[in-house]
Design a protein around this ligand. Structure first.
Ligand SMILES: Cc1ncc(C[n+]2csc(CCOP(=O)(O)OP(=O)(O)O)c2C)c(N)n1
Ligand SMILES: [Mg+2]
Length: 585
């Protein structure tokens, strides 16, 4: 039976491939249900996976997966996990990550990942079941108007009321999600529309549109660069690729340009490269912050220069930066939104980097400045010592020595992530999966998506004890699909980040930030995975080896001393400083 079903699926997949390759006139038109048309459009646009939680609202679409090998429907445990997997897929491939959720309760859960995709400019398409067209606007069971609900966090929200227009809507969704500043698109699918049988033509596979800079803009940039004494670049955002990164590295090398990366875009530039100047994010290296502030030319490519990258909008004056700002973004509406640039260039990072590589460098004597910027980065990433028997800085450093350059490192939000970002060395493009939106609970689902996409690569998710239990349920998805990820839980028995802020603002008055946790290793075993607990730094290597050797998804719990609140200062020090500052007032 299974063999027969497989055979039927392969035949259907072949027919879909054939249909999409056919010139228009020869296409065979047959009646299909809306649900089946939908899945077939996803296949035509190259979707490999759809992450979702099923619902009775979209049974006909779910049935569409039965006939095809791709896309695969990946059954998740919560829609927030599904949309975060879709975001990770979008980050890794540059193609829209697809998620599927049911009406109201599914759609509200799903919003967590949609918001990430919006802030991170990740291409995504969220498909949501909707009540039947005959009962819309009555607040029927689980009914929500998605246009209003998702209005502020999606590039486009629409409802498809006619099954014969599914190819048109899906095609637009793929173009919209990937064009200009990429982002999420939400499509609502009335249940009775999905069961309608219609004859309709398939769309052609979408193509990503690149926007190139004008030769005049590039000449002007080159002249500004030649005249600058203290230039620096900040790169980030979305729309990069391996090639774009290589192009930009060649450009930076030729022009003696130090390059920093924006918040959580640390894998956009090889951290070992002599031009690499570090990460402008949370707890930015003070030397880098000073370099950005004192620069005379700031070339920003892809990055919006948001709150995190600019240390809370303190590095660059608004709206008139002191430096000459060259802001390169793919969306003209973003240029000048916060900072008025000296030169605004509308271009996608890949096209810009290609053009930049071809520029002939002027005379510069900036070698010393480039070397100084890189040395400051190297000094800042040397391990620091924190209270307690488990030294997170040493663990991160030791792991980076042992794992291959293409290992993928995922995390969510929490102070633990400061250690990961500061002491890891990101070498290859797209080895970092972390939400610039600062959402907790991202690491585990991102790791699942990464491992499904790249089964041969090592995938590690770092999580706090708080972070893990937001979407830690997706550990089961990794187990279910035999996609072995390794989760390192940094357990300090609290929402440490908030405790840190609490100690700064209300020293000694802990409120609502302590956590009681289970035995994480036992939890991993109960889920069918491997579990280990590490109480001393020196035991970590063996635990990691065992986790890898098990071939199972694994959780390694690190018992972090609650005093080890940041790499720079302990909990008691933060409290003491706050009390002293208060006394001084
Ligand atoms: C979804 C979400 N909820 C709440 C927050 C606010 N928040 C930021 S960090 C943090 C605590 C994280 O705790 P944990 O994962 O244990 O990491 P730690 O800071 O203790 O290392 C909280 C509650 C957030 N960023 N995202
Ligand atoms: Mg914690």
């Amino acid at each position: 039976m299974a063999a027969l079903a497989r055979l039927r699926r392969s035949a259907k997949t072949a027919i879909i491939a054939l249909l999409s390759a056919q010139p228009e006139k020869q296409r065979i038109m047959t009646k299909r249900t809306g649900g089946h048309i939908l899945i077939q459009q996803l296949a035509i646009h190259g979707a490999e996976m759809v992450f979702g939680v099923p619902g009775e609202s979209y049974l006909e679409a779910l049935d569409g997966f039965y006939d095809v090998d791709t896309p695969r429907f990946i059954v998740c445990r919560q829609e927030g996990g599904a949309t975060m997997m879709a975001d990770a897929y979008g980050k890794l491939t540059g193609r829209p990550g697809i998620a599927f959720a049911t009406r109201g309760p599914g759609a509200t859960n799903a919003s967590a990942g949609v918001h990430i995709a919006f802030q991170d400019s990740t291409p995504m398409i969220l498909l949501i079941g909707q009540v039947g067209r005959d009962m819309i606007e009555r607040e029927a069971f689980q009914e929500i108007d998605y246009r209003r609900m998702y209005g502020q966090m999606a590039k486009w929200v629409a409802e498809i009321d006619d099954a014969s227009r599914i190819p048109e809507f899906l095609s637009r969704a793929f173009y919209t999600a990937t064009s200009g500043r990429p982002g999420p698109v939400v499509l609502a699918l009335p249940e009775d529309m999905l069961t309608d049988e219609v004859e309709t033509e398939d769309a052609l596979p979408y193509k990503r549109i690149e926007i190139g800079p004008s030769p005049e803009d590039m000449q002007r940039l080159n002249a500004m660069l030649s005249a600058a004494a203290r230039p620096i670049a900040i790169i980030g955002g979305s729309g990069w690729s391996e090639t774009a990164r290589a192009d930009f590295e060649a450009f930076a090398t030729a022009h003696d340009l130090p390059v920093a990366v924006s918040f959580r875009c640390q894998d956009y530039f090889d951290n070992r490269h002599p031009c690499y100047a570090g990460h402008a994010g949370v707890a930015t290296n003070p030397a880098l912050a000073a370099r950005i502030k004192d620069s005379d030319l700031l070339l920003t490519v892809g990055a919006r220069l948001g709150e995190m990258t600019t240390s809370g909008y303190t590095l660059i004056d608004i709206p008139r930066p002191r430096q000459k700002l060259v802001h390169v973004l793919a969306d003209p509406e973003e240029i000048g939104r916060v900072y008025a640039p000296e030169l605004g260039i509308v271009a996608s990072p890949a096209a810009f980097a290609r053009a930049a590589r071809r520029l002939t460098p002027g005379q510069s004597s900036r070698e010393a400045s480039v070397a100084e910027a890189h040395a400051a980065f190297v000094a800042h990433s040397r391990p620091t010592t924190s209270p307690g028997d488990v030294q997170l800085s040493e663990i991160v450093r030791s792991l980076r020595e042992r794992l291959p350059d293409d290992a993928i490192i995922c995390n969510g939000a929490g102070n633990y992530a400061v250690w990961v970002h500061r002491f890891w060395e990101y070498r290859r493009f797209r080895t970092q999966l972390a939400p610039t939106s600062g959402s907790m609970g991202y690491g585990v689902p991102a790791a699942v998506a990464a491992k499904l996409l790249h089964p041969k690569r090592t995938v590690v998710a770092f999580a706090g004890d708080g972070c893990f239990f937001m979407n830690g349920q997706e550990f089961l998805t990794a187990v279910q699909y035999g996609a072995p990820i390794i989760v390192i839980v940094c357990n300090n028995a609290m929402y440490g980040t908030i405790r840190m802020h609490q100690e700064r603002h209300h020293p000694g008055r802990m409120s609502g930030t302590d956590l009681v946790n289970p035995d994480f290793a036992a939890h991993a075993r109960a889920c069918g995975g491997f579990g280990a607990t590490v109480e001393h730094t020196e035991d970590f290597a063996a635990a990691f080896d065992e986790a890898q050797a098990s071939g199972l998804s694994a959780i390694i719990e690190l018992k972090i001393d609650p005093e080890a609140l940041t790499p720079a200062a302990s909990l008691s020090e933060i409290r003491r400083r706050a009390l002293e500052a208060r006394d001084a007032d």
